[in-house]
Ligand binder design. Structure first.
Ligand SMILES: [Zn+2]
Length: 353
């Protein structure tokens, strides 16, 4: 299928991707932006900056120097491995369980934390409340991932804050994971607007909203791929050798069992599924070949709903009626406020040591 759709000759983004255009070689806008953004980076300077940051926090916590969000994917695993073994940080690994975690991933997380000799905490927020939040987000905006987009960073921050940890180091990589900003957006005001009248604010306050800026400013957050070159072949080799990671480069990092469903819903709204841009990112970064990505995307995005789609919706207390008018549903309908102040505050915190 989709043989007739024009695609970028370098990655696999299709002609119906937002604001896409192709140059004379058929290379898309996103590929060209990627080249401009990631070429000419002084990685040595970045590595030195990382060392300065880590030096500032090493040995400073009561028991832990850094909290590392740990999903069991390659990026978070390599982040934990590097901080522990290369930089000698005292790490607390933090695993977030949204109820859709692959049991294999969870087993790997436990095994690896033990092998690395780091403490691990797993946090599973109230499943009934989570279900309510997913359902409301789905019915109002046509997608449910925004709940985790809000919940996960808050849960990570709360874990660090309550443990007295002042540094959070994650393995999130914009290069591989970021969805198109034309289709995906979330901030807490937007989230509040979606939940208004459906889920009481007091139920959401701890898990879904940050505390005061004063508390927020006590904790620094960094992503390791911003500071060291994310050499994926080396990362896979290291993890397979040291931790029996058991995965190859073509395996998608997502261990969330809800991804096929969210990809299908995304496709209904945009015309292409989430695997399209995730695999396009992987091609652009040299993780897999274009052919391999195309083959996988065609297999994972068959155009029909995943086999267990009905029971997935039922598990959220919903049904296929949510699909009515889904083309007009979007989180952007709930975006109310200019977020310049918020962006400035985040910038400011990033600049602080
Ligand atoms: Zn491209």
């Amino acid at each position: 299928m989709n043989q007739e759709i024009r695609r970028c000759t370098r990655c696999i983004l299709p002609g119906n991707y937002p604001n896409i255009d192709f140059d004379e070689n058929g290379v898309c806008r996103v590929c060209r932006e990627h080249d401009a953004r990631y070429s000419g980076i002084d990685w040595e300077a970045r590595r030195l900056k990382l060392e300065r940051i880590l030096d500032r926090y090493r040995g400073k916590g009561i028991k832990y120097d850094v909290l590392v969000p740990f999903s069991g994917g390659k990026d978070s695993t390599y982040t934990l491995w590097t901080l522990k073994n290369t930089y000698g940080m005292r790490c607390l690994a933090f695993n977030f369980d949204n109820g859709f975690q692959d049991p294999g991933a969870l087993a790997f997380v436990k095994r690896s934390a033990a092998r690395l000799g780091v403490d691990l905490i797993t946090y599973s927020p109230d499943a009934e409340l989570l279900k309510k939040v997913y359902r409301r987000a789905l019915e109002a905006t046509g997608e449910f991932c925004s709940a985790c987009v809000v919940l996960m960073p808050t849960a990570i921050f709360r874990a660090a804050d309550t443990q007295g940890i002042r540094l959070i180091a994650a393995g999130f990589s914009d290069m591989l994971e970021a969805p198109p900003r034309e289709t995906s957006y979330m901030d807490r005001v937007c989230f509040r607007n979606i939940m208004k009248g459906y889920v009481p604010l007091r139920d959401l306050k701890w898990d879904y909203f940050f505390p005061s800026w004063k508390r927020m400013f006590r904790v620094k957050q960094i992503n390791l791929p911003d500071y060291i070159q994310w050499d994926l072949p080396m990362i896979y080799e290291t993890l397979n050798r040291e931790l029996d990671f058991g995965k190859s480069m073509g395996d998608l990092r997502y261990d969330c069992l809800a991804t096929p469903h969210s990809s299908y819903l995304f496709r209904l709204r945009t015309g292409f599924g989430k695997y399209t841009y995730l695999y396009a990112n992987m091609v652009r970064s040299g993780v897999i070949s274009r052919e391999e990505a195309l083959e996988t995307v065609n297999r994972r995005e068959p155009g029909s709903p995943p086999g267990d789609f009905g029971s997935f919706l039922a598990s959220l207390g919903s049904d296929e009626s949510v699909l009515e008018g889904i083309g007009d549903k979007t989180v952007f309908n709930f975006r109310k406020r200019n977020s310049t102040i918020r962006k400035l505050a985040i910038k400011l915190r990033e600049m602080l040591p």
